[in-house]
Design a protein around this ligand. Structure first.
Ligand SMILES: [Zn+2]
Length: 381
């Protein structure tokens, strides 16, 4: 993967290339940002640039053996660590990333390195409650691998995706590794939630913030993806909110269906809330529990958007051009129920529930509590 394959982030790519050109290569770096911002493929492009013997014009050549091996995630000097798990493991069975490297390459190929933890968990077939993690055994494996001399490159690199999924023991071991820099060895931590990492780990890394992709770039991608109408391309780009992952979902049309389902769940929750139908709220929580993790995440993202747009409508600042047909009708009716007195609490509740789900809280408990809290907030009016 070359820098030119990475969508957006032009300034950042130039800066990263310039650092390598100048020989300023920090041995531990933290690429932080949402999955849809593309921090994972950017980390790979960075390593590819570093390893390429023929780099020119601020990019790797894309053709040498090193570049080809890296593009296929099959370079002997690049290692990956990512959260894994499996059902029905035997007691004491060690589960490490290498066991799942084929699945990992498969999802990369399909999604060009841009996918969410939820999609990865669904790919691992972990079901609704089991979560992937990085264990202490994996840290031992990292040390073992890095003890070998590099095969063909000057450097060795280790990309650790979602270090926030490390357990305490693993985190302590990684910390030890970071405390003693290894010669010509590069660690890249790619995190969506760096605030969950040990402060002692983040303080030893150089942060590379991978922000939202700008709307103009996403608009171009939308047009290249077949959206010919300029207003629609702009609307989709804005809905994607800086995330290529969301944009791709919108373009695939999958999101039409996902958004429709999220919208129905949202309407139902709001109707039950203001009519104070508690028993039905439990049923609603059951329906949420039955969704895939990705479906649950989509619901939350859509709920935040709909609440914000309703609030804007209430405040007289909104424009329904940013809502889809039936959403506009619902939000206009619903807007009077959303104001300064509850918008922040509602959005905070959604963020809290998302985090609890991501941290493996029981979906039934999380959604039941969430539904009751939302109901109180809407009902107070
Ligand atoms: Zn090359």
């Amino acid at each position: 993967m070359r820098f030119s394959d990475i969508i957006g982030h032009d300034d950042l790519k130039q800066r990263l290339a310039a650092q390598i050109d100048a020989g300023r290569i920090s041995h531990a770096q933290l690429f932080s940002g949402a999955a849809g911002h593309g921090s994972l493929p950017l980390a790979l492009a960075y390593v590819q640039y570093l390893f390429c013997p023929n780099r020119h014009d601020g990019d790797s050549c894309g053709e040498c053996p090193s570049c080809r091996q890296l593009s296929e995630l099959a370079h002997p000097d690049l290692h990956f660590v990512f959260p894994v798990n499996k059902r029905e493991k035997r007691s004491g069975e060690a589960i490490i990333s290498d066991n799942f490297i084929d699945l990992w390459r498969e999802i990369w190929r399909e999604k060009s390195g841009i996918f969410s933890l939820e999609e990865w968990s669904d790919r691992l077939d972990l079901g609704k409650t089991m979560k992937g993690m990085i264990t202490a055994k994996e840290s031992e494996e990292i040390i073992r691998k890095l003890s070998f001399k590099s095969f063909s490159s000057e450097y060795k690199a280790m990309i650790i995706w979602l270090p926030e999924t490390m357990n305490q023991e693993a985190a302590n071991k990684i910390l030890k590794i970071l405390e003693e820099p290894w010669d010509k060895t590069l660690f890249i931590l790619v995190s969506e939630k760096p605030e969950l990492l040990l402060q002692t780990i983040t303080s030893r890394t150089q942060e590379v913030a991978v922000g939202r992709i700008d709307t103009a770039t996403l608009e171009r991608v939308a047009r290249e993806g077949g959206i010919t109408d300029a207003a629609e391309a702009h609307n989709i780009a804005r809905l994607a909110n800086g995330s290529l992952l969301e944009l791709q979902a919108l373009l695939r049309g999958e999101s039409d269906e996902a958004r429709q389902r999220s919208f129905e769940l949202f309407c139902r929750l709001m109707r039950l809330s203001y009519s104070d139908q508690h028993l039905d709220l439990f049923e609603w929580a059951d329906d949420m529990t039955a969704l895939t993790r990705e479906g649950q995440r989509q619901f939350f993202l859509n709920a935040v958007r709909l609440l914000r747009e309703s609030y804007m409508l209430h405040a007289g600042l909104g424009s329904i051009s940013y809502l889809w047909g039936e959403e506009a009708a619902f939000c206009r009716k619903f807007a009077p129920y959303i104001g300064n007195q509850n918008i922040e609490t509602l959005v905070a509740e959604i963020e809290r529930a998302m985090l609890q789900i991501a941290q493996n809280g029981s979906p039934r408990i999380v959604f039941t509590h969430f539904a009751l809290t939302v109901s109180k907030q809407i009902n107070r009016l």
